[in-house]
Design a protein around this ligand. Structure first.
Ligand SMILES: Nc1ncnc2c1ncn2[C@@H]1O[C@H](COP(=O)(O)OP(=O)(O)O)[C@@H](O)[C@H]1O
Ligand SMILES: [Mg+2]
Length: 239
């Protein structure tokens, strides 16, 4: 199996200087993800799921541990990589999708979705065509394709967000409760797209509000509840 990510004794917490207090988020987290594997993160509110995903995406620096990412340029420890290298990997190999679209004023929905393709060197018309197809897949009505998502409903914004985040297959994809504001059709479209990406070899780590949606895609469950068994193999878990 081709490894994509090896997480080794990772630890993160926050210092609240004004309260002179340290809040632990998680510690001693170790697991790995191979190409085409899907890892479900679970744990109660505040268990550190979002913090772990953000640390893997290097929005946060960990306090200890290693995050060995097998990039197309070789193995790089994301816990220590330079910001410029992290920025490059985010454009090319590592994706992240949350429940929120950061809609920019006066950028059309189709342009937001086409942007990753444009950055990857696609011609403008081909990128727009693919963007419109992706918007249609997630159930965004054609009238809205050339409109500005700043005025869209939460659910519509999330569909644009997903269309953009999932338009290009990436080596590693993190998902933080992407279905929270979606209707049933969009949830089905998302799950179908995740299945395609998995079959193409994308390694995925995700937190899901409705894990039943993705149970058939899951290879492993990592539980961040303190004192939980560190890894549960799918065979051992009642799904
Ligand atoms: N930026 C931050 N500053 C301080 N504390 C934070 C920050 N982000 C998260 N925390 C704390 O870290 C813990 C884990 O939070 P989080 O990762 O959001 O949990 P989950 O996603 O599992 O609900 C919580 O106690 C939360 O209050
Ligand atoms: Mg969270």
């Amino acid at each position: 199996m081709t490894q994509v990510l090896e997480i080794d004794r990772l630890k993160k917490g926050f210092s609240l200087h004004h309260l002179d207090k340290d809040i632990p988020a998680f510690e001693d987290v170790s697991f790995s993800v191979a190409a085409g594997e899907f890892v479900l993160l679970k744990g109660a509110n505040g268990a550190g799921k979002s913090t772990l995903l953000r640390t893997l995406y290097r929005s946060y620096l960990p306090l200890a541990g290693e995050i060995r990412f097998h990039s197309s340029h070789g193995v790089i420890d994301l816990a220590r990589a330079a910001d410029v290298d992290v920025a490059h990997l985010r454009r090319t190999e590592i994706g992240f999708v949350t429940q929120f679209l950061t809609a920019r004023p006066r950028v059309r929905a189709e342009a937001i979705v086409a942007e990753p393709l444009r950055l990857a060197g696609w011609e403008p018309e081909a990128a727009l065509d693919a963007a419109r197809k992706a918007l249609a897949t997630f159930g965004v009505k054609p009238d809205l394709w050339a409109a500005y998502p700043t005025t869209f409903s939460g659910g519509e914004q999330q569909k644009v967000n997903l269309a953009r985040a999932l338009i290009l297959p990436q080596k590693l994809l993190m998902l933080d409760e992407p279905t929270a504001s979606l209707d049933a059709n969009a949830r089905r479209a998302l799950v179908a797209r995740l299945k395609e990406l998995k079959d193409q070899g994308t390694a995925m780590i995700g937190v899901f509000h409705h894990p039943d949606d993705v149970m058939h895609l899951i290879d492993r469950i990592v539980d961040l509840t303190p004192d939980a068994v560190p890894q549960e193999e799918r065979d051992d878990v009642a799904l």
